[in-house]
Write a new protein. Structure first.
Length: 291
């Protein structure tokens, strides 16, 4: 009996390779693949769009998890602030490891409108619960790093460093309370779905990773409001390609509330990221003046 089964299987393999009628199954499979390539894709996109529109709050809240699955990416950041009739923009660029919550950014400060010498770019290392800065200025030796515990910052390092930690920015979305699916568009050539809504920092802190929870809880108390309006653009894998958030805080020298717009662009997912944190002897122990 076993011999007949083996003979039958062998005959089936031989027939599938023979010319003539043996090509039928292969032709059918080829036609099915061709039809799906031209038709099923459109239906699939329509179905995904329908799901995206049906529960946008859940979709946006799941975006940080999609970044963890992606592992890492390159990142560009910008931070815009308007105060006293002057608008300044700080830009950053680098790479980020979402699983390790480690990143390295080069942050470029705007040129002084008064004509003072241009600031040197600041190197920032992002780590769970900590921010390291080099070329911080204000009397810090050139070969030393400044370390800041992000949980002690009133904004949880969403604004202080001049560049929002990419994963911290994503974890704010865990606190999404309202969201609307705007539609499909493109970001840097990638097809994305655009969502607009508001997130609550206190709610985000409760759902954040252990490393991010304390910083977001501090931000919920330190900002003028815990509500964060956002626009986020997710690709077909649910990964954030662009995230724009509005943070509000009470200005120190400026009366009233100051709005800060933070934009994070993520691309080249899977990029290898290596971040070597400073040795304790390389960390500046003195007082850092405010800038």
């Amino acid at each position: 009996m076993a011999e007949r089964r083996r003979t039958g299987a062998l005959s089936a393999r031989v027939r599938s390779r023979a010319p003539g009628t043996g090509r039928g199954p292969a032709l059918v499979v080829g036609l099915v693949l061709c039809v799906c390539a031209t038709g099923c894709g459109g239906d699939g996109v329509a179905a995904q769009d329908a799901r995206a529109a049906a529960d946008p709050v859940r979709t946006v809240r799941e975006a940080p998890g999609a970044l963890l699955e992606a592992g890492s990416s390159q990142a560009r950041t910008s931070m815009e602030m308007a105060a006293g009739g002057t608008r300044v923009t700080i830009r950053g660029e680098g790479a980020y490891d979402f699983r390790g919550q480690l990143g390295r950014l080069t942050v470029v400060l705007p040129q002084d409108p008064a004509g003072a010498p241009e600031h040197r770019p600041i190197t920032e290392l992002l780590a769970p619960g900590a921010l390291y800065m080099k070329n911080r200025g204000a009397g810090v030796p050139a070969d030393k790093w400044v370390r800041v515990d992000t949980a002690t910052l009133s904004d949880g390092n969403l604004v202080t460093g001049g560049a929002t930690d990419p994963f911290a920015a994503a974890e704010v979305l865990r606190g999404t309370r309202t969201a609307t699916y705007v539609g499909r568009t493109e970001v840097a050539g990638a097809a994305v779905r655009h969502y607009r809504g508001t997130a609550d920092l206190a709610l985000a802190a409760r759902g954040a990773s252990p490393a991010g929870a304390a910083a977001l809880a501090a931000a919920a108390k330190g900002f003028a409001t815990a509500e964060v309006p956002f626009d986020v653009y997710l690709d077909d894998q649910g990964r954030i390609r662009k995230l724009r958030q509005r943070f509000s805080f009470v200005g120190g020298q400026h009366k009233g509330t100051v709005a800060v717009f933070s934009t994070t662009l993520l691309y080249a997912f899977g990029t290898p990221v290596t971040v070597a944190l400073p040795h304790p002897k390389d960390i500046y122990a003195g007082r850092v003046a405010e800038e």
